[in-house]
Design a protein around this ligand. Structure first.
Ligand SMILES: Cc1ncc(COP(=O)(O)O)c(C=O)c1O
Length: 456
């Protein structure tokens, strides 16, 4: 309970206010209202506490955003310092010191062809901006027929209309197909990997399909967008290492922009700042959000090349300017957080802490859940893992959707001190990057207890 406006407020009050008025994202509210409620009250490191003082490990890093833990004193201090200067000042036709410094710090981390950053405030917008920049670029260079996008099956790029048009997830977006613009798609490759060991992979059919499409249609194609290495919202579907480079080469040969959506994988999730650097790929656009501000404040960025930027220059009346922006574009508080985040993440990477954590994460995942009778498959790269649940008698069978097994396991997991979010019957484990070995043991052992609690 807390003191609020000099009155004692209990979790019953908060729950009632929530029940009476809130509408939560990606949530069947009828189901939500029947589930036991949690009111998160505070956080520290990888942990969140509810209003009754119960402690939970944040196993999804508050939707894949948290890097250095909650309530990090350095980041808190960076926000407070910026707050004492200015909380917000527009980025439309005006700059501020925090934004200039962030642009200066961000660019050297990215592939060397990327020299310009366009800030916004969430991952979907970072994608919208990349798509619109690509479409406008081809108009500006006299090739307006290059107006289609290509994306990879299973991809998820956000929930705005442009992002939905290039996402390939029927459950999330099928209902809105009538209002989305047409785009091409190609099949995703297969890859099952845990702890650096490849169990199974195949990318040849995917690459062949892409090559055939580009050979036939590249005169009409502006850009290809994909989540490199991991399709998170598809259930941590992996791509074999080296696949990205081959896709980039095909885009290059066929004169198609490559948009890399690193909203999820960027900022340390797979062990380095960006996946594109790992494969020596120079995309035309790099979309960043989530980890950019370490799970603190909404912010996104779309990076692009000087070559693309230059085509937008001209007199005002040439109307080449990019008419796009958001009220909180480049918010100074968010910039201050991102700057501190970068400084701290460089330390984590350079001192080998992150690679050690990733190794322990893969080993413990394998040890605790690899042979469980209700686990069909585990996939993991970096600090991102998926555990597919199945009935123990027949691993090829699925639970009936209405059984809501994944959700039940996550509700059970709360009793074991874990906050988890399922994707149907797949458990997605994406902890803050600073998670330690003891916390990972707690995570995986209690995750198994939650699975057993529901399925044994
Ligand atoms: C790869 C990817 N792109 C884009 C988005 C959309 O980001 P946001 O929810 O900030 O709009 C997400 C969100 O999960 C994502 O995983």
């Amino acid at each position: 309970m807390v003191i609020f406006e000099e009155t004692l407020v209990t979790d019953t009050d908060f729950n009632k206010w929530d029940h009476d008025h809130s509408w939560h994202p990606f949530t069947q509210m009828e189901e939500y209202l029947q589930c036991p409620q949690i009111q998160v009250d505070r956080g520290e490191g990888c942990w969140l506490w509810d209003i009754d003082g119960n402690r939970y490990l944040d196993t999804n890093a508050s939707i894949w955003t948290n890097v250095h833990g909650h309530n990090d004193k350095d980041i808190n201090e960076a926000i407070k310092n910026q707050l004492d200067k200015v909380a917000h000042s527009t980025y439309l036709g005006l700059s501020h010191t925090a934004g200039s410094e962030l642009a200066h710090r961000l660019i050297p981390l990215a592939p060397s062809n990327l020299n310009r950053v366009f800030f916004s405030d969430n991952g979907s917008n970072a994608v919208e901006i990349a798509l619109k920049l690509s479409f406008q670029y081809w108009q500006l260079v006299g090739q307006p027929e290059k107006k289609y996008a290509v994306s990879m099956e299973g991809g998820y790029h956000g929930d705005t209309f442009g992002a939905m048009s290039v996402s390939k997830n029927e459950t999330f977006h099928g209902r809105f197909n009538n209002w989305c613009f047409p785009s091409f798609s190609f099949q995703a490759p297969n890859c099952i990997e845990v702890n650096g060991k490849v169990i199974n992979e195949n990318s040849s059919e995917s690459l062949k399909a892409l090559e055939t499409l580009l050979k036939k249609e590249s005169a009409n194609i502006a850009c290809l967008i994909m989540e490199p290495w991991i399709q998170g919202a598809a259930g941590m579907k992996l791509q074999p290492k080296g696949f990205l480079k081959k896709v980039a080469d095909l885009c290059n040969v066929h004169n198609v922009h490559l948009i890399l959506d690193e909203v999820f994988v960027g900022f340390g999730r797979t062990g380095n700042f960006f996946v594109c650097n790992e494969e020596n790929v120079e995309p035309d656009f790099l979309c960043l959000a989530k980890g950019l501000t370490a799970g603190y404040i909404p912010m996104a960025a779309t990076l692009t090349s000087e070559k693309i930027y230059q085509k937008f220059l001209g007199t005002f009346e040439s109307f080449r300017a990019f008419f796009h922006g958001h009220t909180f574009t480049g918010n100074p508080l968010a910039c201050a957080v991102a700057l501190k985040n970068i400084e701290k993440l460089e330390h984590l990477i350079d001192h080998g802490h992150l690679s050690e954590t990733i190794y322990q994460f893969g080993s413990l995942l394998e040890k605790f859940s690899g042979k469980h009778p209700n686990v069909r498959e585990i996939r993991q790269r970096g600090l991102a893992a998926a555990i597919d649940l199945c009935p123990d008698k027949n691993k090829n069978e699925n639970f009936p959707v209405s059984d809501r097994i994944g959700l039940k396991v996550c509700i059970e997991a709360r009793k074991q001190g874990l906050l988890m979010r399922p994707l149907c019957d797949t458990l997605l484990i994406v902890p803050p990057l600073i998670i330690n070995e003891e916390e990972m043991k707690y995570l995986f052992s209690n995750c198994v207890k939650a699975i057993d609690g529901v399925l044994k």
